[in-house]
Design a protein around this ligand. Structure first.
Ligand code: BG6
Length: 495
């Protein structure tokens, strides 16, 4: 399936890729494999180098061995493009040393002074790092300078604003690429294509025909080694503020007038600004907050969240959130959007379900009973696909109507945490296309919606927190969110 991203035809310019956090999990699991794929597909300019930095002292050879470990069939040629220097983010001298070494490397590699700074480090370091980049002169370069920054972009709106102010003293908005790796997923990019390149959906994509929209991002994994971060952030900040709200924006946005970065982002931000902000008891009614307890996932007993290493045994952090959201605009007035996400759920699924309203006059009710509504399902992972559920007559004499799934799907073979999204995003950053990155006003609008909810969750603590067994689909209360509207969660498409 082709994505909206047409950038594959553009040649990436020569560049130095400066990776802060070079020994971290993200770098090893995603960034090196993604860079290597780009290299193998000849999408990197021949004049490039990767310059890794982390606190640990190491020479280039040791670093190359570390990079090689994260690659399948590593190629010596590629590894020769990798260099390393230890760096303490707080120490200005380290940046100055880096600057000197870079000037030499740039001259020999012919990267024209183009510098891509990639921050894959703990968020507490973002601000001092940006400050030191400026002070050391690292951002004064003959070529382009771009900053790619991983989430979380702030903890709430005030901290995100503070961070943004610090970054804007060093980089311009157009040079900042805020990663939301869901925007690098093929089927997320496909939402706009499905909507805007087909004439059959757009006329019915509104409150006259749509009964409700569901966005599910369930995971079967737990918190893994990230308890320190996760116990502070929880599912609301970790998944809803970014990935889920971005998917809602793409489903609900108006068609942009041009297929251009800012035109697309302008439409997305309008949706985020139109989210109905909730407060107090409204939050208790529209959101379900859960935490997993012991249970069985994929045949294995899994411990409770509170028993995970590094988690406070009395933690009230949510590992599951379901929410009913309204987009208060002309197109989607009164259409409920239901989003849910959680750890240690039955299976890993990300999908969007658009449920259409019932036929106005059901001719078949007497003979065949209630008809299933039409549903359009955009399946993002683990398999990628589009499903359209229609009612048809089943064989035989009796009038029997049953739903059929008109399906186009493919199993990509792409594992979870695959570097594929990172390949697309790194490539986009290199060619300077920020369409699939979040603009500051989108981030700010998301936090503005999240903040009162996060505050309420904190105030309520254990009160209202629903425990669900690992391996289930979350707290039963989440079913009620939909049943109150005469709907239910779609559990139909199997992996
Ligand atoms: C990350 C979250 O942004 O997304 C993780 O921090 C989550 O908690 C991950 O596991 C899910 O990404 P994917 O691509 O595996 O769906």
């Amino acid at each position: 399936m082709e994505s909206l991203n047409t950038s594959a035809q553009i040649n990436a310019p020569q560049a130095a890729i400066l990776l802060f956090g070079a020994t971290g999990d993200l770098a090893r699991r995603k960034l090196y494999p993604a860079l290597y794929q780009l290299y193998r597909q000849k999408k990197l300019h021949p004049s490039f180098f990767v310059f890794g930095m982390a606190r640990r002292p190491m020479d280039d050879e040791t670093y190359r061995a570390l990079v090689a470990e994260s690659l399948e069939n590593p190629d010596e040629q590629f590894l020769r493009h990798c260099y390393y220097q230890s760096l303490d983010v707080e120490r200005l001298e380290d940046y100055e040393r880096l600057q000197r070494r870079l000037l030499d490397l740039e001259a020999s590699a012919g990267t024209a002074g183009n510098r891509l700074f990639y921050l894959s480090i703990a968020p507490d370091h973002f601000e001092p790092l940006a400050h030191h980049l400026k002070e050391s002169g690292l951002v004064e370069t003959a070529g382009f300078r771009r900053l790619v920054i991983e989430k979380p972009f702030g903890y709430d709106l005030p901290s995100a604003e503070k961070l943004n102010r610090a970054l804007c003293q060093v980089f311009q908005e157009s040079e900042i690429f805020r990663i939301d790796h869901y925007l690098g997923k093929t089927m997320v990019q496909n939402i706009e294509v499905i909507r805007f390149a087909n004439s059959i959906f757009e006329p019915i994509w509104n409150n006259r025909y749509i009964a409700g929209i569901q966005v599910t991002a369930s995971e079967s994994i737990g918190v893994e080694e990230r308890a320190g971060y996760y116990d502070r952030f929880g599912a609301l900040r970790d998944m809803v503020q970014n990935h889920l709200l971005q998917m809602v924006a793409m489903v609900a946005m108006e068609p942009p007038s041009r297929l251009e970065t800012e035109a697309i982002r302008d439409e997305k931000v309008k949706v985020l600004n139109a989210l109905r902000v909730l407060s107090g008891a409204e939050i208790d009614h529209a959101l379900v907050r859960g935490q997993y307890v012991r249970g069985i996932v994929d045949g294995e007993i899994r411990r409770a969240y509170r028993e995970e290493d590094g988690v406070d045994p009395r933690s009230t952090t949510e590992t599951y959130v379901a929410a009913k959201i309204y987009v208060d605009n002309f197109r989607f007035a009164h259409v409920p959007f239901f989003v849910r996400t959680g750890k240690r759920l039955r299976q890993k699924i990300t999908e969007i379900v658009v449920q259409f309203k019932d036929v106005p006059w059901n001719l078949y009710v007497k003979k065949s009973g209630r008809l299933e509504p039409n549903r359009l399902i955009i399946r993002i992972q683990p398999d990628e696909g589009i499903h359209l559920w229609l009612n048809t007559k089943q064989g035989g004499d009796r009038l029997r109507i049953a739903p059929v799934d008109m399906e186009v799907s493919r199993f990509t073979g792409i594992g979870f945490n695959s570097p594929e999204a990172y390949e697309l995003l790194l490539y986009d950053a290199l060619i300077g296309d920020s369409t699939n990155f979040t603009r500051w006003d989108e981030v700010a609008a998301s936090w503005a919606w999240i903040d009162p909810i996060a505050k309420r969750f904190k105030e309520k603590g254990e009160d209202g927190l629903k425990f669900y067994p690992a391996g289930s689909m979350g707290p039963e209360l989440a079913d009620l969110l939909l049943s109150k509207e005469g709907l239910h969660w779609w559990e139909g498409t199997q992996a």
